[in-house]
Design a protein around this ligand. Structure first.
Ligand code: PLP
Length: 427
């Protein structure tokens, strides 16, 4: 059958009921699965047959939802994780061990930065952070003989910097390593990094994919393109026998299409257990069914709000790639011709004091640390998440004292603009 378009995959991807089966992905709320003989179950443990034995490793509900996200991204295999943080960790740790090195964009989610620079560093994995706008020479210089991957975000949270995915993919491939892209903010509706050369795509499904502020979750998708055996000496975990799994060599047994996700499931899920609850996978699936509609409306609303802000006399600056003249407008047009995301950042003339007054007068926009759900949410980092920093430290962190982050929801755009306008009038 002809490959379906992305809207159809949002609704029907991943799960096709047969005669008399439930139309909606069933919640398989069971820790374990029954087998007629020990031998039959043994085949699963040997990875000789596919099937389920323990939900910590795999569960049919989660697998159906992972298959949908896999189809949306155009990958070969995928797995859900219990959070975006778990997805980031697994995606890198599946390729690295103590003594290895990773090149990462410096403008990434704060939680990911902490995971890499502090926690994974304690595990003996080194990261070099490069400015996504660095010169080709600087990017080349970041690689070492022990580099195992390159990492970046399509649209960085919260800096809203857009990564030149093709450039980073080419650099990674010149050095024989895969590019891992966190595609949380763009979603596969607006950008499919695999089409631009990314090898592995990850998500915090907590954001637009769930989209209703209901469930924390993550996902890892493998493109199936990276040839592990061609770089066998760099990736012994994939290209030499796994003694903890009966001597299986993942790249030989499961090929380019299956090796990476099978290893992440059989080793990392088995040992770390960051598995989502089947109920959460079910809720995520409901979010995915309307992803294409919601993302389009988020972008349409955000564009209107950004244009309103840009024209307002009390506004000092607006950062939204959809605006003409934004530093990332051209990259946005190349990678995301249908829009970027619903998140805008801006500053009000009068700095910290003006921002605090503005926040205090909002009525519709909800003060929350969250982004990317149906409700419009707003955050002033200097007086909340970053309040321990002084003004100089805030500037150094790229989050000035005046910065307001607005996650534009899918309410009526005029109501959002009215709310912003009346709060600005109070400044
Ligand atoms: C939120 C977020 C994460 C972390 O995801 P959790 O689901 O909160 O663990 C990772 N990357 C990006 C870009 C995010 O916005």
């Amino acid at each position: 059958m002809k490959e379906k378009r992305i809207e159809t995959k949002c609704i029907q991807g991943g799960y096709r009921p047969t005669n008399g089966e439930p139309r909606l992905v069933p919640i398989v709320q069971s820790t374990t699965f029954k087998y007629d003989t020990s031998e039959k179950m043994g085949q699963l443990f040997d990875l000789e047959a596919s099937g389920y034995f323990y939900t910590r490793l795999q569960n049919p509900t989660s697998d159906a939802v992972a298959a949908k996200i896999c189809a949306l991204e155009g990958g070969s295999a995928a797995m859900l994780t219990s959070s975006g943080q778990a997805a980031s960790f697994y995606s890198v740790f599946n390729l690295c061990s103590a003594g290895d090195h990773v090149v990462s964009s410096s403008t990434i989610y704060g939680g990911t930065y902490n995971l890499f620079a502090v926690t994974m560093k304690k595990m003996g994995i080194d990261f070099t952070f490069v400015d996504p706008n660095c010169s080709d020479e600087e990017l080349e210089a970041a690689f070492r003989p022990n580099t195992k991957a390159v990492f970046g975000e399509t649209i960085a949270n919260p800096a809203l910097v857009i990564l030149d995915i093709e450039r980073f993919a080419n650099a990674a491939h010149r050095h024989g390593v895969p590019l891992i892209i966190d595609n949380t903010f763009a979603t596969p509706i607006n950008c499919r990094p695999i089409e631009w050369g990314a090898d592995i795509v990850i998500h915090s499904t907590t954001k637009y994919m769930d989209g209703h502020n209901a469930t924390v979750g993550g996902c890892i998708v493998d493109s199936g393109h990276f040839d592990w055996l061609a770089h066998a000496e760099k990736f012994p975990g994939l290209t030499t026998p796994d003694e903890s799994y009966h001597g299986i060599t993942y790249a030989e047994k499961f090929g380019k299409e299956g090796a990476y996700i099978t290893k992440a499931t059989a080793q990392l899920m088995r040992d770390f257990g960051s598995t989502p609850a089947p109920m959460n996978a079910f809720l995520l699936n409901l979010g995915l069914e309307t992803l294409h509609l919601r993302v389009a409306r988020h972008c349409e609303n955000a564009q209107k709000v950004a244009e309103f802000l840009q024209k307002h006399e009390k506004i000092a600056w607006v950062n939204y790639a959809g605006l003409e003249g934004n530093a990332y407008h051209e990259l946005a047009k190349k990678y995301m011709p249908n829009g970027t995301c619903g998140v805008i950042s801006f500053g009000i003339k009068g700095g910290r004091k003006a921002a605090e007054t503005f926040m205090a007068h909002l009525q519709l926009a909800i003060i929350a640390t969250h982004v990317a759900d149906a409700q419009t949410c707003v955050l002033h980092p200097a007086s909340s998440t970053h309040r321990q920093m002084n003004d100089e430290e805030l500037v150094a962190a790229g989050v000035g004292a005046d910065l307001i982050r607005l996650s534009v929801g899918i309410e009526n755009a005029d109501d959002i603009i009215d709310d912003v306008a009346q709060a600005l009038a109070a400044v």
